[in-house]
Design a protein around this ligand. Structure first.
Ligand SMILES: Cc1cc2nc3c(=O)[nH]c(=O)nc-3n(C[C@H](O)[C@H](O)[C@H](O)COP(=O)(O)O)c2cc1C
Length: 212
């Protein structure tokens, strides 16, 4: 359930407004009438609503592999983000989980190590140019938000982006470094010329948000 704080965060000045005006009274057949005029309005828009992983209509494989995602760790004052297209969603240890793979030289790796939570933000194939920037340059060298126009949005101690279509808020519950001894297909080693084996992080999916 979204908390009151969440609702405040996710509502972009959303207000439902109901205003009843009364026209000047008039009389008919000795009786006095007024016509109530009801105006129902809404300004701004609700940004996200909460759903469950099982209610998502898009294939998680497409979401990650084709459309890419932003992996973000850190808090609203100090965070970093990078593009990921490897990872997955499933069930593990009786929980719904997302898992991501991060090479140790990524700046985001430092934030993943220091954070208890991370977010995966999906943009449905839009903002690929922005995700290209986040996936080719390091937060050590540029301000990715400034460079791409992506607007950070704090959520549950972590950070996502206002432009995201779907967000998984994950609690880091395990990590494991890939061990090349377990690579049964020799071609996997082609990915690791630098022997920079990914660290896999498993996150329990605590919240799934979809843009309204
Ligand atoms: C489409 C795409 C997918 C990527 N997927 C991953 C990934 O799954 N794991 C990873 O470690 N790096 C991945 N990268 C590379 C990082 O996003 C990239 O090195 C980024 O600049 C790291 O930024 P940082 O140093 O600010 O963390 C991907 C890059 C692109 C463009």
């Amino acid at each position: 359930m979204a908390t009151a704080t969440d609702r405040a965060l996710f509502q972009k000045k959303w207000q439902s407004m109901e205003l009843t005006l009364y026209a000047l009274p008039y009389s008919y057949a000795g009786l006095i009438f007024t016509h109530p005029i009801k105006i129902v309005g809404k300004y701004g828009e609700l940004m996200f609503r909460e759903t469950t992983i099982k209610d998502l209509h898009t294939s998680p494989v497409k979401m990650i592999a084709d459309d890419w995602a932003l992996l973000t760790a850190g808090d609203r004052t100090h965070f970093n983000t990078m593009t990921v297209s490897w990872g997955g969603v499933g069930e593990l240890w009786g929980r719904e989980v997302a898992f991501v793979f991060v090479r140790p030289q990524r700046y985001t790796y430092e934030f993943m190590e220091d954070s208890e939570t991370f977010t995966l933000s999906f943009f449905g194939g839009a903002y690929k140019q922005a995700l290209g920037v986040c996936g080719s340059q390091s937060g050590r060298d540029i301000d990715k938000c400034k460079e791409t126009g992506l607007e950070p949005l704090p959520v549950d101690g972590g950070v996502t982006y206002q432009q995201a279509k779907t967000v998984f808020v994950c609690k880091k519950i395990a990590f494991q470094d890939l061990d090349p001894q377990g690579f049964l297909d020799a071609s996997i080693m082609d990915t690791y010329a630098l022997r920079d084996y990914h660290r896999m992080y498993v996150g329990a999916i605590e919240k799934v948000l979809v843009a309204e």
